[in-house]
Write a new protein. Structure first.
Length: 168
């Protein structure tokens, strides 16, 4: 009984920390060479979290992150839409095709691409106007996701899995 309670508590704390990590890295924006475009650090972090911690924890942490940012007035409904489309796309890709280097490499850019298509539909603007400025960020996301996934995986295996006898 106590071990079950410890697992639940561990999972609750872990998801809360993941949501915080997504929220904080979402505010880190690095300008790119194309005017008006930027690289948001939360994209490769989200891909790495999904690959290492699994879709269920990733999507719960993402929903909590979006809800908190929305309630604080930092995000609008459009920001939440973009984030959720990105998260669902990344989660679907990694869940269907597995956790291999190629999947991790393409999940972020494809998530961004689909999120931009959804945004274009919402705003009723040509998608190309939203996709082209995102290309530098998509490239950075692809290349940063792999080492970040390896880093999170190493941390998780050293701390998370051994803590309670296996993946939760």
């Amino acid at each position: 009984m106590e071990k079950q309670l410890n697992r639940r508590l561990y999972t609750l704390v872990e998801i809360s920390l993941l949501a915080s990590f997504i929220s904080v890295t979402g505010s880190i924006k690095i300008p790119t060479l194309i005017m008006g475009s930027e690289f948001q650090m939360s994209a490769p972090v989200a891909v790495a979290i999904c690959a290492v911690f699994g879709f269920k924890r990733y999507i719960i942490a993402g929903i909590i992150s979006s809800l908190i940012l929305f309630l604080l007035g930092i995000h609008t409904l459009i920001n939440v839409e973009i984030a959720m489309v990105f998260r669902l796309t990344v989660g679907l890709i990694i869940s269907v095709f597995g956790r291999n280097v190629f999947t991790i490499f393409v999940a972020g850019p494809l998530g961004t691409f689909v999120a931009r298509l959804a945004l274009a539909f919402t705003l009723q603007v040509p998608a190309i106007m939203l996709i082209v400025p995102a290309i530098p960020g998509m490239i950075l996301t692809a290349f940063v996701s792999i080492p970040l996934t390896k880093l999170l995986e190493k941390i998780y295996t050293q701390l998370g899995v051994s803590q309670y006898g296996g993946a939760l």
